[in-house]
Design a protein. Sequence first.
Length: 292
Amino acid sequence: MARERAVSGRLVVLTGGGRGIGAATARALAAEGARMVLLDLDADAAAAVAAEVDGASYGCDVTDLEGLPGVIDRIETEQGRIDVWINNAGIMPLNRIEDEPAATTRAIVELNLMAVLVSTKELVRRFKGRGQRDGHVVNISSAAGRSPVAGAATYSASKAAVSMFSNALHFELRADEAGVDVSAVHPGMVSTELATGFTKTGGISPATPEQVADAVLSVVRKPRMNVYVPAIIDTTLRVGGLMPSRLGEWTMRASGGDKVALAALADPARAAYEQRAAHSAPAAEHPEENPA
Ligand SMILES: NC(=O)c1ccc[n+]([C@@H]2O[C@H](COP(=O)([O-])OP(=O)(O)OC[C@H]3O[C@@H](n4cnc5c(N)ncnc54)[C@H](O)[C@@H]3O)[C@@H](O)[C@H]2O)c1
């Protein structure tokens, strides 16, 4: 049974807090009294949300891996001891793999995976080093890390790695009995710019960023290894895991789940998001701008 923790008064650092799921999470946690520090590549967007939630913000590229320890030091000097770190910043450029520029593959891995590994390690080292028994890292993974998404193979791989890293570390930390926790949150499709062009599949409508924010709030309160949004995804994955693989593949095709990202890839409405993701650092190349 997970121990319940207070949210009020705790210092929570959230990456990618300038929009989408990050902004909704900042609002939900601040409403419960958390002191929010938002990091985002888009300094203006983070500052606007920080002003709303009476928090602080830093313009920051979390893929600057060598600079991350210095950013954490600066936050602790200026804002106080970090209690919770939420790795939320992420990108999902869609591509058929043969069209994916090398810079895009690297950008997805650097942001969605490397920044998560390096920051989690830095925080766990600090939490354990100072005997902070309520230190917590929450990693925003994706249902795409548990169930493959055609047209987002590199993204799926990055999120699968985040989930497995978080789960392995969860057991490592529990075995240490140091009181430090790591959790993985797995949203399905969520109505943010990142999911532009995705349509409802298998009868499941997109969740709202606020629903994901509520799930993050609940896991900050009661640390657990895995959370799914909506919760039915957990059951679907467990049932799918028991199916013979051919039936699993048939179900994926019958539900249209194998086509949804490929359809979004062809949707002109997605261009603005793809351009923004292409400028996340280290810069991803937009295939149409820079053919590989
Ligand atoms: N929207 C979905 O359908 C969905 C589903 C499952 C998981 N997720 C995950 O949730 C997280 C948030 O997604 P979202 O939909 O809110 O995306 P979003 O694009 O709306 O917001 C992402 C934020 O991250 C920031 N960011 C990008 N690169 C950065 C960098 N290098 N350093 C610091 N900040 C950076 C962006 O400026 C932006 O404010 C991501 O990890 C995403 O993979 C999203």
